[in-house]
Design a protein around this ligand. Structure first.
Ligand code: SF4
Length: 300
């Protein structure tokens, strides 16, 4: 369990899975892959999960049962699950995903925030399984390490304490991912539009969403986010009454005046925006959108 992560919309992160592979433009500067590459030498935690020469994910993904007991003891209210992987990765068996879900439903007082770029797999999994399947899978995994599940758990399915989000970075990913996400019928369905790479019209789906997060990209090679793209999503959320969370600008923020390092970011609809690189700030300034902080959360 990693507390004080700097991810503004959660209190802690936990990674009961390890490994991943890229699926779209949103993965181009994958933070998890870069981090894992540092620990990919023989004997290190990510050996075999990242190619030591290329620094890229190998596609191997596994669950980490040793993390389950920590998750069952957490006192955090909101926890982001698998910030370093994807809960619905194609390399994972249904049994492995069920074992993780069994942990989530055994902590009813915690909101587990699952963000996936593979909502079609989430749809298939949630249709094919139920709470009993997941509890059985978790018990089987825990039994091998002498652990037990508590008696209390969430019975509703899909579980009410698991907020299910998909990543949307552009129009193609919105069209691909939002329909299967809605099909899961999870009680709280949302979007993580980060890194937002172009303007996205959410109007076909906005009334079914319970939460939308928007953020720019950070780190080496980060791509700037035009202010109009963030405003457009904010305005759609406000009009539809959907909670909106502006995470942060990322590596570039709107510039007030031309400076030597400022550049124009083109946009055919809204015109160019002057953007300046800066060190991403997780304080109030880095989170301001038109002079306001947006930190809305979905209702449980
Ligand atoms: S799905 Fe997430 S963790 Fe996996 S490669 Fe893409 S950005 Fe990285």
């Amino acid at each position: 369990m990693n507390r004080g992560t700097g991810i503004e919309w959660t209190e802690a992160t936990v990674s009961p899975m390890r490994g991943c592979s890229r699926v779209s433009e949103g993965c181009r500067n994958c933070y998890a892959e870069r981090w894992a590459a540092r620990w990919s030498a023989r004997g290190a935690a990510f050996h075999g999960f990242v190619d030591a020469e290329t620094g890229k994910w190998t596609g191997r993904v596994e669950i980490k049962p040793q993390v389950f007991e920590t998750m069952l003891k957490t006192t955090e209210k909101r926890v982001f699950v698998n910030s370093m992987s994807d809960t619905f990765h194609e390399s994972l068996s249904d049994h492995a995903i069920a074992a993780v879900y069994g942990v989530l439903i055994s902590k009813p007082e915690t909101i587990w925030q699952v963000v996936t770029k593979r909502p079609a797999r989430a749809y298939e999994f949630l249709r094919a399984h139920d709470a009993d399947d997941c509890l059985a899978a978790t018990r089987a995994v825990l039994a091998k390490q002498g652990g037990e599940l508590p008696e209390r758990h969430v019975r509703s399915w899909p579980p009410a304490n698991v907020h299910l989000l998909t990543s949307v970075e552009d129009r193609a990913s919105a069209a691909d991912r939002i329909p299967p996400l809605l099909g899961t019928r999870a009680p709280v369905i949302g979007l993580s539009c980060e890194p937002l790479l172009e303007e996205v019209d959410l109007s076909p789906w906005i009334h079914a969403l319970k939460w939308v997060i928007v953020g720019g990209e950070s780190g080496s090679g980060a791509r700037p986010m035009h202010p109009a793209w963030a405003r457009a999503i904010r305005d759609q959320c406000v009009a539809a009454g959907v909670p909106f969370f502006f995470k942060q600008w990322g590596q570039f923020c709107p510039a007030m005046m031309q400076t030597p390092d400022a550049t124009w970011l083109p946009d055919q609809t809204h015109g160019p925006a002057l953007m300046v690189p800066w060190w991403p700030r997780r304080d109030d300034v880095g989170r301001l959108l038109d002079g306001r902080i947006w930190s809305e959360y979905p209702k449980r």
